[in-house]
Design a binder for this molecule. Sequence first.
Ligand SMILES: Cc1cc2nc3c(=O)[nH]c(=O)nc-3n(C[C@H](O)[C@H](O)[C@H](O)COP(=O)(O)O)c2cc1C
Length: 381
Amino acid sequence: MKTRSKAKSKEKKKLTESRKLEHIRICLEREIESTISTGFDDITLVHNAVPEINLDDVNVETQFLGHQLKAPLIVTAMTGGHQEALPINKHIAQAVEALGLAMGVGSQRAAVEDASLADSFTVTRENAPKAFLIGNIGAPQLSLGWGVEEIKTAIEMIKADAMAIHFNAAQEAVQPEGEATFAGVLQALKTLTTNVSTPFIAKETGAGLSQSTATILANAGVKALDVAGLGGTSWPAVEVERAKPEDATKATLGRWFTNWGIPTAVATFEVAYSVKKRIPVIASGGIRTGIDIAKAIAIGADFAGVALPVLSPAVLDAKAVQLFLESLIHGLKAAMFLVGASNLKELSQAPLVVTGPTREWLEYRVYEDFIEFKADRRIRK
Ligand SMILES: Cc1cc2nc3c(=O)[nH]c(=O)nc-3n(C[C@H](O)[C@H](O)[C@H](O)COP(=O)(O)O)c2cc1C
């Protein structure tokens, strides 16, 4: 009996490892982004022809959970747990170390279960001794019984500065072998935030957090939220690509749910206005340019996160990752210059216009906050 269950758990570990590898390959080779916009197209920062500042003086330094960052930019969770992930994580780690940014690793589940898979995670701390590193585990693991001990193993593995718990319900619902088990997850999260001193970040993975989920997660004791909204990587779309012919139903589900979620701009506004005064907010999901980052901060985020666009450069080398991240930071600074904002606080008060579906979402969902926000912005400059 024991041998059979041992064999079963070995099989499961192998499955997790090969699934992670498939995800990377599909994300590199296929079209897996949602076909619905993040909503940032509906937000326009009002151009200032007389900014009265110098571009060189624009300052984007900030603090994240007590740690100084050179820019409000985080490379969010992607990979680890198989040999192809090792150079990817190494290159991202080297780039964020050089630039003074933060990075998350992908789900550490496989390596917590089998220490022989840890090197593709430990490589991050070896190459980024000072950078802010974020560990990662899926919420379903919490409801399946993972507790303080497993989380501490994951934190220790990379000497994590924070631990992300990812909420990927849309992916689990359509994944052929998905574990759509979220019952009891909040209580398990509360136990962790009470008993582990490392700060926790709750993140979505591309379907977005809402105002009410943000409040619930903040009340469960997390110290930051990553909205990871709709408009970028779509996990249902990734699962369509993974589905085998015998998984036709799941492939159909994946197609139906490719555009499921709350667009990133809407999620950012909702989350920022519900918890911002208490904890920092990361806008992510389809952030692709420095202008997107500027808009995210102008509507309430404190940081922006980016995943998919970092993957191809990370396969190449650290220099390619660094060049891409630098281009995002330069774009952010240029947008700030063009609205006359010399620092992130001024950017957060920049005048802007919200139109189209994003305006409709906001008027419908968070009417009073939105009206107050608009009135505030209208009277500026
Ligand atoms: C290849 C790949 C693997 C990912 N793996 C994880 C993961 O293990 N844990 C997690 O929390 N998010 C994971 N994500 C989600 C990202 O962190 C991010 O929330 C999402 O992709 C939206 O950002 P993007 O549009 O910039 O890719 C992954 C994303 C990609 C592209």
